[in-house]
Ligand binder design. Structure first.
Ligand SMILES: [Zn+2]
Length: 329
């Protein structure tokens, strides 16, 4: 069960603003919640709906025990409507259906909430139909439009709603949430350095392939350090056969970049920043045999490899050149 407190951990500014408006009874009749996937837009929408419909709400908090709160928690309140894309789009019939529902007075009171997920996926017809709806709001209706792509909403819709921006989570916030989801720390640390999108980080962690990719990259750094010539020989069989697709190789290069950033952290005596924290010994060994300057050059070489990969140079050529440059370090 989500609460304001929970939402506030990741979106303190949005929660403060909404709670203030509730206390002052100045809620807008339409909000756009915009921000990346996994930033808590739906959770916040649910708590807002609950607070709005709660029979005993106090100081801007829902009571969690009245029938309205309970039904929203279980996801079946008759006056809270959630619209999600039907296939690729939100179609005009879905908006019409909503309007029909709202033509009847509320089941419990006149208060109603509708939440449109991925509101940017409304067809033009659906958006125009919604627009008419927003122009003649019922007194006690709140519309919550959720989107990751606010620029794709019609200007006319944006001008009729108050936009609240949900900030991306900081790496530390993502890491904490992943650990709460029982993701092992080495994997969670790495995923939270790769994306500021919690849901994406969680998806990365749950792919078994990711843990294998992590192990592969660690193996590569060891080969580079201990057997640089062998490394070139097995590049195709050991590595490129694993990182087959360009997307996979791109990820490998990102992991390698994090490894060398870790190495730099050790040179700078910032080992508390190390992402590959369970490889500290290997990193420290490597740091003994390379300079800070060489580490900086290695980082540059990886960035160059990433750029070459983007410009469609073959994976093998990109990696051969990278290995040649990295083993010099
Ligand atoms: Zn309640």
């Amino acid at each position: 069960m989500v609460s304001w407190e929970e939402c506030s951990k990741t979106q303190p500014r949005v929660v403060k603003l909404l709670k203030n408006s509730i206390r002052k009874q100045r809620l807008a009749h339409a909000y756009i919640f915009e921000g990346a996937h996994g930033t808590g837009k739906m959770a916040t929408a649910t708590v807002l709906a609950k607070t709005f419909l709660c029979r005993n709400s106090e100081d801007g908090n829902p009571c969690e025990s009245c029938s309205n709160c309970k039904r929203i928690t279980s996801g079946n309140h008759p006056d809270v409507h959630i619209i999600t894309p039907d296939g690729q789009n939100i179609k005009i019939d879905q908006i019409r259906g909503l309007q029909k529902e709202f033509a009847y007075s509320g089941m419990e009171s006149s208060k109603k909430v509708y939440i449109i997920e991925h509101a940017d996926k409304m067809t033009v017809q659906a958006a125009n139909s919604l627009l008419k709806f927003l122009e003649e709001p019922g007194n006690d209706t709140i519309a919550l439009l959720l989107t990751e792509q606010v620029h794709r909403l019609l200007d006319t819709i944006r001008s009729r709603a108050q936009t609240l921006t949900f900030s991306p989570l900081p790496p530390q916030g993502i890491l904490e949430k992943l650990l709460q989801d029982d993701i092992p720390k080495p994997v969670a640390m790495l995923a939270s350095s790769l994306t500021s999108d919690y849901a994406e980080a969680l998806e990365i962690c749950r792919e078994e392939w990711f843990a294998q990719a992590r192990a592969k990259v660690i193996q590569l750094t060891e080969d580079l350090r201990l057997r640089p010539d062998y490394c070139l020989v097995v590049l195709q069989d050991q590595y490129l056969s694993f990182f087959k697709e360009k997307d996979q190789l791109r990820l490998a290069l990102n992991l390698l970049l994090i490894w060398y950033r870790d190495l730099l952290s050790i040179h700078l005596s910032n080992s508390e920043n190390v992402v590959f924290f369970d490889q500290l010994q290997a990193l420290e060994q490597q740091a003994l045999h390379t300079s800070q300057k060489k580490t900086g050059e290695a980082l540059q070489a990886i960035l160059t490899a990433q750029a070459r990969l983007r410009s469609n140079v073959s994976s093998l050529m990109v990696m051969e050149q990278l290995v040649l440059r990295l083993r010099e370090g």
